[in-house]
Design a protein around this ligand. Structure first.
Ligand SMILES: NC(=O)c1ccc[n+]([C@@H]2O[C@H](COP(=O)([O-])OP(=O)(O)OC[C@H]3O[C@@H](n4cnc5c(N)ncnc54)[C@H](O)[C@@H]3O)[C@@H](O)[C@H]2O)c1
Ligand SMILES: O=CCCC(=O)C(=O)O
Length: 525
């Protein structure tokens, strides 16, 4: 498949007349052909007109057609073949096995949502039959279903060029819900975006869906993204990126005439609590696993374990020494973009320049755009006194906070902003202490995990990849896993509608065979 640098607007490929830009090879800083024509505001208008026109039809597609569409996107992505992996490697600097794995995750995610759609439980069908004889008041016939919210704007993330990008989790869940999607491609991987966008475009045509179900727009600046969020035709936004970017989009969305939700995943340092029993039993193994997690993908994971909490003592000293030794052997890794590398360097310099912060280890130095790993430590009182020490450093650096006792450790946890994950490392002897921290962790994070690290999110039904602000803009949701579909649905109740006016899933003979909760009972088909 050739990459042309065109915007994909419905069924058309259109060279944008906005500012043009090229992808940059992450490892060398060299431009990669072709040039991408940035979308104009007219291109955006056309994409949103088509999306609005498509919404009525697409929102009422039968579940089998919608599920088949998601599976066809998955098949078309696989059909691109190695060109997709090669292009993503060049644009992101991420290695082949990681990108092959990410492609598998992307395809698996689309297929999981196909299953969710076929199952029909996401419609949350409820029927409270009329009780005309009820005293003192009769009850009306009430029927509820979830409907899609409308066209959704998705911002591709730089750090997962496949699984959180053009056909990633936000797009898959919005399409599964029945919402057309307009993607603003991340400028760090435009070629990868176009390849995937063309795969989605083919799937739209192959499934006979209205062309406006999907469009893909390029812009290396901010005009198109801001206009997209401001446009009255957009009903919700999915975003993964910087805190500044997420906040800017939230502000635009909340000051529109009709405000809309922005589901933004922004910044998280993912605390790891090392309990004494676990450290005494296997401190070296935990240290090695930590070094692997914090340096994974050059540390460019929102689940990166950036903060380690432990109790002062020999066991923590041993962990710090072993983690430092492992990290100092780690080669520097190419980062996604020169800008992200520069931000990482700045963050590390700020941390290292703190008077009370001590360097434990640096990884091996590398090429100018490669991120050098780092491990630092600080005492808990200093950490508690300086909120700047909990700012996300997006890259392979961790900060160990030495706590005097469990009480101080829980004060450190209580001081943290909202997080995506918290990991606790425990042995049998640590269970009582761990149990005492769980209520606090539940209030702080979206996912609590034991004896592991948060990197490598499972795409599953019970997954929460979310968390209180600023991990995300709305801690009631997730951007990974089947629950993500709920972000793009809203419930409608139908009172006393005659059967022939009811939507199919709620008609008395249940023509869809979808599970329905009748009179508060368990869902049944
Ligand atoms: N926590 C995470 O998961 C995560 C992931 C990626 C990046 N980051 C952070 O973000 C930094 C920059 O990386 P990035 O380029 O991926 O993120 P970014 O937020 O700068 O950009 C993400 C997308 O949003 C758009 N955008 C950003 N600000 C905007 C604005 N004000 N108006 C309209 N559109 C806007 C960009 O054009 C891009 O398409 C990194 O150095 C890192 O600190 C965090
Ligand atoms: O960067 C954000 C997503 C992280 C993730 O999906 C993972 O750790 O697998």
């Amino acid at each position: 498949m050739s990459i042309t640098g065109e915007n994909l607007i419905g069924a058309s490929a259109v060279r944008g007349t906005g500012e043009s830009f090229q992808a940059i090879e992450a490892a060398t800083g060299e431009p990669i052909a072709p040039a991408f024509g940035g979308a104009s505001l007219e291109d955006l208008d056309r994409a949103l007109t088509l999306a609005s026109e498509a919404f009525g039809t697409y929102s009422e597609t039968d579940l089998e057609t919608r599920a088949k569409f998601l599976e066809t996107i998955a098949d078309e992505i696989l059909a691109i073949g190695d060109e997709l992996v090669e292009r993503a490697m060049a644009e992101s600097g991420l290695p082949r096995p990681r990108l092959e794995g990410e492609r598998g995750r992307t395809v698996g995610q689309l297929k999981m949502f196909a299953g969710v759609v076929r199952d029909g439980a996401f419609l949350d069908l409820r029927i409270d039959p009329a009780l005309p004889e009820r005293k003192p008041m009769p009850r009306p016939d009430l029927r509820l279903r979830n409907i899609p919210v409308g066209p959704v704007a998705v911002f591709g993330a730089s750090n997962f060029p496949l699984a959180f990008s053009v056909a990633g989790g936000d797009t898959a869940s919005a399409l599964a819900a029945g919402c057309p999607v307009v993607v603003k491609a991340h400028p760090a991987h435009p070629g990868t975006s176009e390849l995937v966008g063309r795969a989605v475009q083919k799937a739209v045509a192959a499934c006979g869906l209205p062309e406006g179900v999907f469009s893909l727009l390029f812009d290396a600046g901010r005009i198109i993204g801001q206009a997209l969020v401001a446009d009255a035709r957009v009903a919700a936004v999915g975003f993964t990126g910087s805190r500044a970017g997420g906040l800017a989009l939230m502000k635009i969305a909340s000051t529109r005439d009709v405000p809309i939700p922005v589901y933004a995943e922004m910044s998280s340092i993912n605390p790891v609590v090392l309990f004494p029993g676990a450290l005494a039993a296997r401190g070296d193994a935990i240290a090695k696993a930590f070094a692997g997690s914090v340096t994974l993908g050059a540390g460019q994971f929102c689940t990166n374990p950036g903060l380690i909490l432990g109790l002062e003592g020999d066991a923590l000293d041993g962990f710090v020494a072993a983690a430092g030794a492992a990290l100092s052997e780690t080669p520097a890794s190419t980062m996604l973009t020169p800008g992200i590398h520069a931000a990482y360097e700045k963050g590390v310099a700020k941390l290292a320049g703190h008077a009370a912060v001590k360097e434990i280890a640096r990884g091996k130095p590398g090429a100018p755009t490669a991120g050098q790993a780092g491990l630092y430590e600080v005492d808990a009182e200093t950490f508690l006194a300086d909120p700047a020490l909990q700012e996300e450093i997006f890259g392979a650096t961790g900060l160990v906070v030495r706590c005097a006792d469990l009480d101080q450790l829980s004060r450190v946890l209580a001081s943290l902003e909202g997080q995506l994950t918290a990991a606790i490392h425990i042995d049998e002897t640590d269970h009582d202490a761990a149990r005492s921290l769980l209520p606090l962790l539940e209030r702080k994070v979206g996912r609590i995990l034991v004896n592991g690290f948060g990197t490598g999110v499972e795409v599953a039904h019970a997954m929460v990849h979310g968390g209180p602000f600023p991990a995300t803009s709305d801690g009631r949701t997730t951007s990974v896993g089947s629950l993500a579909i709920n972000r793009f649905l809203r419930p409608v109740s139908y009172q006393d509608l005659p059967d022939d006016l009811l939507p199919a899933p709620l008609k008395s003979d249940n023509p869809l065979g979808a599970p329905r909760r009748v009179d508060g009972g368990a869902p049944a088909r």
